[in-house]
Design a protein around this ligand. Structure first.
Ligand code: HEC
Ligand code: HEC
Length: 163
């Protein structure tokens, strides 16, 4: 009977210990480490300071597009340009009627098309909020390694393989 009591006591200690161990791992699962994004390290419940905002790119001028349908990056600052339902300051320089005077490239004909490829008289509502697709170019370092290859590089490698 004494032996049975000791066994039962041992079992109880073991069960309690196990419960405490799972409790401890359970609490660390509630605050796992955050994925490394803009802010490296930390956990989901920590708030680390934000990195400084990227500055304007060193080289001025338009960038070569990597493929025909890439929205070109904006080669100038857009700080303070108003774009809302009443005013679109981008179109002060990029619309059909103002582009030449402003020395800016006109928005392409695709920006006048509706979803049925019908060309409208004015920029289509789907293209009105320019910064949905166009972003200013900055001096930001890439967040992750990037092995993107341009379409020219892909075609050149294909041609070499065929030879
Ligand atoms: C004051 C006139 C002006 C305003 C306002 C303006 N732009 Fe521009 N934009 C230009 C000029 C000029 C260029 C050409 C720059 C060059 O050739 O180096 C240009 C170039 C661009 C290009 C590059 C096109 C290409 O083919 O490389 C994009 C995209 C662009 N602007 C988008 C915008 C957007 C979006 C806005 C509004 C947030 C805007 N621009 C407001 C004058 C303007
Ligand atoms: C839905 C995405 C989208 C929106 C919104 C959009 N664009 Fe574009 N833009 C593109 C793409 C994609 C291209 C390149 C292919 C093309 O011309 O359609 C382009 C091309 C351009 C070009 C170069 C034209 C050329 O012939 O070289 C300019 C300038 C431009 N956009 C300005 C603007 C301005 C200004 C606005 C806002 C009024 C705007 N875009 C809104 C996607 C967009």
């Amino acid at each position: 009977m004494k032996l049975f009591g000791a066994l039962l006591g041992g079992l109880l200690v073991a069960v309690l210990g196990l419960a405490m161990a799972t409790e401890r791992t359970g609490s660390s699962a509630q605050d796992p480490s955050a994925p490394d994004g803009l802010r490296k390290g930390g956990s989901f419940q920590q708030t680390l300071p934000a990195p400084p905002m990227a500055g304007q790119a060193r080289e001025a001028g338009r960038e070569t597009r990597n493929y025909p349908e890439q929205p070109p990056v904006i080669p100038h600052s857009i700080r303070g340009y108003q774009v809302d339902t009443r005013v679109n300051q981008c179109l002060d320089c990029h619309s059909r009627s103002t582009a030449i005077r402003a020395g800016a490239p006109m928005v392409s004909v695709t920006h006048f098309m509706d979803r049925n490829q019908q060309v409208l008289a004015a920029v289509s509502p789907g293209r009105y909020f320019c910064t949905q697709c166009h972003v200013p170019k900055t001096d930001a370092a890439p967040l992750v390694e990037n092995d993107f290859r341009t379409v020219d590089e892909v075609l050149r490698d294909l041609a070499r393989e065929r030879r």
